[in-house]
Design a protein around this ligand. Structure first.
Ligand code: FAD
Ligand code: DLZ
Ligand code: SF4
Length: 509
């Protein structure tokens, strides 16, 4: 191989041809390095399907880059000499190719970003760490936005992002006269609605090889490999997204919070795994959705709801992550210490809602937002589960999970463990919420209408027990004070029944 000027290391979640590190290089003189790594696949024990998805997408991306004229040194997991870590793999490539410089795009996770910062000293070579321009708001810009604000509310950040991108704007006003149509997005779904499935892609020869490798090497990890239908190329991910826009997006807004037994996807896009590894571009998908609205193909509440998730929530949680790391991962406002129950892995629980969410997570490496927030997250909050253990669970079980997006959602939004930096109130709810938004309770062995006793829905006593336990911490929150007052109006006997019911259920965990 001719001499190598720059060695460009592309990480597994950087599968974008326009990546800043590639834009800074030259296919004629530089070498791209990519590797499947034991360390990255097991720093948490990722779901088997997530590993297979990423390895296959990486292999296809290496092919895409070769098609664009790049030389790519690709380290398959089972290739002789695979060093197992980013630093080891770089060391081997530096010794072999003697590059003048290493170029990388900054890592999405704090853990890997720290590694990147160490490489210049480690290899005695210049290392250029370039910004990740695939995001719409750089960490420094978020820091500026946050500076001096008492509260970091997503809604205000989102409005700035709408103005900055021009998405759904009519001049300087929001389309339809309102920034946010969330109030219209609360409909429970019904089984007689037609629910399109996400496009199912057939595994090609490359994916089949990866599936066999993952089955052999990660058989002790959680999760099913089959069925495997994720897109693993840019073209297939784009086709899956376009199918979502035409088939499901019109109802995305209305049924965003709904849950239905046997319907894991409802009208959700199922694209976070593609966005987060670089197969889809966030701004491009938003422009496609805006165009569908302008063409009259989707209602405004659906287009706005979808765009808010991407330019609002997705960018906002990344901003919070880089603002608060390190240290954010050990936040624990409620001082919760209970270990994660086994049923988060086995799905063996009488609670139909939790069983459904965990079973589907095992099968698909997917659960939609309300299942994550209001079923598994809500249960953990009410039961006082250690937020750090829960964080490691979410990080490992979902195909879209990377710490920059998962941690603020878990620690901040779902567990209120940051004391209200991200969320304005804890997302704590009794069984009544789950009953309203789903059809799970009808088949559950527990009774959602009973508050206490062995037959009662565990979410009920746990909810009031959570309010009682944390009265002092939450009474000053205007959105929780009413619940504290309601609890205080229960008679002493009812309060005792709540305490006893919660305690006897928790003793079974
Ligand atoms: P849709 O519901 O169709 O939404 C469209 C897109 O909007 C998503 O693909 C995603 O890119 C974006 N989005 C929506 N909500 C959020 C949000 N709260 N934060 C960031 N982006 C959002 N999302 C991840 O991408 N990775 C994670 O590891 C992750 N962990 C989560 C953990 C918890 C406890 C909770 C409550 C939420 C988490 N989310 C995470 C956010 C959200 O649940 C997923 O983005 C969504 O379920 C992915 O499915 P979808 O593509 O069908 O999304
Ligand atoms: C998540 C992941 C997994 C499972 N495997 C790899 C891998 O083998 N090689 C790789 O380059 N990246 C992998 N990743 C993604 C990295 O962990 C990701 O680049 C970091 O999370 C970014 O900070
Ligand atoms: Fe979940 Fe309670 Fe409903 Fe059972 S009754 S499905 S535990 S909310």
């Amino acid at each position: 191989m001719a001499g190598v000027r720059n060695l460009i290391l592309v990480l597994g979640d950087q599968l974008t041809p326009g990546l800043s590190s590639l834009a800074a290089g030259d296919p004629a003189r530089d070498l791209v390095l990519m590797a499947e790594l034991q360390d990255e696949a097991s720093y948490v024990r990722h779901h088997k399907k997530k590993i297979a998805f990423l390895f296959s997408a990486m292999r296809h991306f290496a092919g895409e880059l070769r098609g664009l004229g790049w030389r790519v040194a690709y380290g398959a997991l089972d290739a002789p000499g695979n060093q197992g870590s980013f630093t080891g793999q770089l060391a081997e490539a530096v010794a072999r190719h003697q590059p003048e410089r290493i170029i990388v795009t900054e890592a999405g996770e704090w853990r890997v970003a720290r590694m990147q910062e160490g490489w210049q000293g480690h290899f005695a070579l210049p290392v250029d760490i370039l910004p990740d321009t695939r995001f719409l708001c750089a960490p420094e810009a978020f820091r500026d936005w946050a500076a001096g604000r008492k509260q970091l509310r997503m809604e205000y950040f989102y409005r700035d992002m709408r103005r900055r991108t021009g998405l759904l704007m009519e001049g300087d006003q929001p389309a339809g006269g309102k920034w946010n149509f969330d109030a219209e997005n609360r409909k429970p779904a019904a089984l007689d609605l037609f629910m399109p499935r996400p496009v199912q892609h057939q595994p090609d020869a490359i994916t089949q090889e990866v599936l066999a490798l993952v089955a052999a090497r990660f058989d002790t990890h959680f999760g099913d490999l089959s069925p495997f239908w994720f897109a693993v190329t840019r073209a297939d991910a784009e086709a899956a997204f376009t199918a979502f826009v035409t088939q499901a997006l019109p109802r995305f807004g209305d049924y965003q919070d709904a849950m239905l037994s046997g319907e894991p996807f409802l009208y959700h896009a199922v694209i976070a795994q593609y966005l987060n590894c670089g197969l889809l571009d966030p701004l491009r998908v938003c422009r496609e959705v805006e165009a569908a609205w302008r063409a009259g193909a989707v209602p405004l509440n659906a287009a706005e709801g979808f765009i808010r998730q991407i330019i609002g929530w997705r960018e906002y949680v990344r901003g919070i992550y880089w603002l608060k790391m390190p240290g954010y991962e050990t936040s624990n406002f409620f001082c919760h210490t209970r270990p994660l129950p086994d049923f988060y892995w086995t799905a063996e629980t009488g609670m139909a809602c939790v069983r459904e969410a965990v079973t589907q997570t095992r099968q698909q490496a997917y659960a939609h937002h309300i299942q994550r927030l209001m079923v598994t997250g809500n249960f953990a909050l009410l039961a006082g589960i250690d937020p750090h253990e829960l964080h490691l669970w979410y990080l490992s079980v979902y195909a879209d999970a990377y710490e920059w997006v998962e941690l603020p959602n878990t620690v901040g939004m779902s567990q209120f463990a940051d004391g209200g930096l991200l969320a304005s109130k804890p997302y704590a709810a009794s069984g009544a919420y789950i009953n309203r938004m789903s059809n799970y309770c009808g088949t559950c062995r527990y009774d959602v209408k009973q508050r206490t006793g062995p037959e009662a829905c565990p979410f009920n006593a746990l909810y009031w027990d959570f309010i009682a336990r944390n009265r002092d911490r939450i009474a000053t929150n205007p959105r929780m004070a009413q619940m504290v007052r309601t609890y205080e109006k229960f008679g002493a006997e009812e309060q005792q029944r709540i305490t006893d019911s919660a305690a006897s259920f928790l003793a079974t965990l």
